[in-house]
Design a protein around this ligand. Structure first.
Ligand code: NAP
Length: 495
């Protein structure tokens, strides 16, 4: 049976000494170390034989040229000279590009019992015939084929993922580059790739490399095998999401053979095919797919009919079902403030009329709280208000005076549900003209940064404040329960 899912640390420092130090620093976390000799200073080539002698794991020697995405710009003769020197040292593998045949190097590798990794790197996308390509890549018996493609769409990622099933039962490395390719790097042990690469820092050796700390800590890569249950968050963008931190810590604490990973997706329909292929057990759905995912589900619950957005997908009776935990997640921090039950008769203002505002309006109205909706685009506030029976207004400069006056009737709770103040533009305040009395509960749904300008202003005035990150954690806890049928194992989890 071919080994699968080994972890290889790619080393891209400019000196041999520093690369040795790093390989030794991480030796307990990796199976193999790759010396990317194309990142070395020229004056270091003469020490190339030291690397495999002074590290404790098997070594790969790689001198990647520009075509393959590397830095080496020397001639074929120079390349041969450097690699020949390496083949005199105890490297276990040498990476030779598929379009740079060199019979002398192949002979020398064979004589030294160094296994050739025959590689192709295609930055242009994913070809139609991935399986034909990888299964015919080796030039000589015993070579390990390696193909790395750069998927630019969900459809391309699906094509790449579909090829794993056809890998022959021999070692082969098949990986996707870039953010779309991240699931292939994380799931190598499940998909059947011989190894996956990591770097000390994210992306330092190739686009899509995950840092070794995240790979082995956050994602527990080395525990992933063919039986690992896959969960994840699907969105665009998605790489900033904190959800993997929450769910993976829960899985780890409960000792579950499960992993939660980010899936960048431009097409939710194609992604749901990928989800089937990978047998994904549960998904958090984020912008911009919360509405567009609904037609691809076998069913949805009543909350979705009211909120109109799905943030949670899970397997039920063999089909994918949708629900929404944002509304419950929104309410949970308010319940904590009121020791379990939000009192009837309170009045609230919600600033914003997008998806987040909709969950908040739904939750508050269900708890008999009257709501005023204020939004930049007044028509959206009006539409949402009409749907839920709320008053509405605008926060455009000409209207703020009137809106702020109206707020005095709805100021027990103020919810900030616009994108204003969200990173990277953290200086924004959606309603700078509103002066807090200090009696309001002020809730900002923005969670990056944790403390927005709006919240800081409210806190300074003496208000009780609620951070958006608390809602994020609470909605994730509800998802965790839906995904695993287990309670999230930390009572005071924070990010
Ligand atoms: P959305 O559906 O795109 O709605 C965006 C809202 O922000 C709209 O009301 C929009 O007003 C308003 N807006 C955007 N730019 C503005 C500006 N420059 N000035 C004034 N208003 C502006 O987004 P969403 O899903 O509701 O998300 C809104 C925020 O809530 C985001 O920061 C998101 O990260 C956060 N959120 C947090 C959680 C959590 O768990 N804490 C969950 C969901 C969302 P117009 O209608 O005029 O465009």
């Amino acid at each position: 049976m071919a080994k699968k899912g080994l972890l290889c640390l790619s080393l891209t420092e400019s000196t041999i000494r520093r690369n040795i130090e790093l390989a030794e620093k991480y030796r307990g976390k990796i199976d193999i170390a790759e010396l990317r000799a194309d990142f070395l200073k020229e004056s270091e080539y003469k020490y190339i034989e030291k690397f495999p002698k002074e590290i404790s794991v098997p070594a790969i020697l790689t001198l990647r040229n520009r075509n393959g995405g590397g830095l080496f710009t020397g001639s074929d003769n120079e390349r041969r000279f450097i690699l020949m020197a390496g083949l005199k040292a105890p490297y276990s593998y040498i990476d030779l590009e598929h379009d740079n045949y060199d019979t002398e190097l192949e002979k020398a590798a064979k004589a030294s019992s160094v296994t050739v990794i025959r590689s192709v790197h295609d930055y242009s996308g994913v070809p139609e015939s991935v399986s034909g390509l990888i299964n015919n890549l080796a030039r000589n018996p015993g070579e390990i084929p390696k193909a790395a493609f750069f998927p630019k769409t969900t459809q391309e990622l699906l094509r790449l993922m579909s090829a794993y099933g056809s890998l022959e039962n021999k070692p082969a490395i098949l990986l996707g580059m870039g953010d779309y390719g991240i699931p292939t790097r994380l799931l190598a042990g499940k998909l059947g790739s011989f190894l996956s690469y990591t770097s000390e820092k994210k992306d330092s050796a190739a686009p899509g490399h995950i840092s070794i700390e995240d790979m082995t800590g956050l994602y527990r890569y080395r525990e992933i095998n063919k039986d690992t249950a896959v969960y994840g968050v699907v969105g665009n963008p998605v790489m900033h999401s904190s959800s993997p931190i929450i769910h993976n810590q829960g899985f780890k604490e409960l000792g579950l053979n499960a992993v939660y990973i980010p899936f960048l997706a431009d097409d939710i329909g194609e992604f749901m095919k990928l989800s089937r292929l990978l047998d994904i057990k549960g998904l958090s759905v984020t912008i911009p797919h919360k509405e567009t995912v609904i037609p691809f589900l076998s069913g949805v619950d009543n909350i979705i009919s009211s909120v109109g957005a799905c943030n949670t997908v899970f397997l039920k009776n063999g089909g994918y079902y949708g629900t929404n935990t944002d509304a419950e997640g929104f309410l949970a921090p308010l319940k904590q403030i009121f020791h379990g039950v939000v009192p009837k008769g309170l009045r609230a203002t919600i600033i914003g009329a997008g998806g987040a505002a909709r969950s908040a309006v739904y939750s508050l109205k269900r708890n008999n709280i009257d709501v005023l909706i204020l939004n930049r685009t007044e028509g959206r506030a009006e539409k949402l208000g009409a749907e839920f029976g709320c008053e509405w207004g605008s926060i455009m400069p000409n209207d703020t005076e009137q809106s702020i006056k109206k707020m005095s009737e709805y100021n027990d709770i103020i919810v900030q549900a616009t994108r204003v103040g969200m990173a990277p533009d953290i200086s924004g305040d959606p309603l700078p003209g509103y002066e807090f009395s200090g009696n309001e509960i002020v809730y900002d749904m923005v969670y990056k940064p944790r403390e927005t300008v709006f919240l800081r202003r409210a806190f300074k005035a003496g208000c009780r404040i609620v951070h958006g990150i608390d809602m994020l954690i609470e909605q994730a806890k509800f998802q965790f329960k839906i995904f695993t049928s287990r309670d999230f194992p930390f009572s005071d989890f924070s990010l």
